[in-house]
Design a protein. Structure first.
Length: 164
């Protein structure tokens, strides 16, 4: 009887958390990879729209229909990465998961900006800028340390129609 109780406690304390951790890793990675694949498809579909962070247009371009374009996106962080950031803070170094989160946010905001440009009938988006904010409403460890819940990225620029 004691052996059964010990085995049950061992299962609950060791095996279940490990299984939960493994499932979170697999699901989070699959979701992130699916988003990156979809972004690549969207970027390829929108590749006919020129985009640049330069302030001025080339002098030989005749631009018409100037308009301000702005799009934003909020990408939430998964709980596992937030949990793992606690340990990364102890040893220091780069947070690869956070960098991927920022990359996803910037690329998604850019895709949305280009879709808005297509809806408005422009074929050039110039002077593109990004503003990024880390959302600190996530997990708190009780010692005043907060861990990111996600990021918001705002992409904006000036859209033009340029005849080729």
């Amino acid at each position: 009887m004691e052996q059964l109780i010990f085995s049950l406690i061992l299962f609950v304390v060791v095996v279940l958390p490990f299984l939960f951790f493994a499932v979170c890793c697999v699901v989070g990675t699959m979701t992130e990879n699916a988003h990156f694949k979809q972004l690549a498809v969207d970027e390829q579909e929108l590749s006919d729209i020129a985009i640049s962070d330069m302030k001025t247009l080339p002098p030989n371009w005749k631009a018409t229909k100037p308009m301000f374009l702005c799009e934003n996106v909020v990408i939430a962080n998964d709980s596992l990465k937030t949990f793992l950031w606690q340990y990364r803070k102890l040893v220091g170094g780069r947070c690869g998961g956070y960098e991927k989160l920022l990359e996803r946010a910037r690329r998604e905001a850019t895709v949305r900006l280009l879709k808005r440009a297509r809806e408005q009938g422009v074929n050039v988006v110039w002077n593109v800028r990004f503003e990024t904010v880390t959302l600190q409403i996530g997990y708190s460890d009780g010692n005043g340390n907060q861990y990111p819940a996600g990021v918001e990225c705002l992409a904006y620029g000036t859209g033009f129609f340029v005849e080729s």
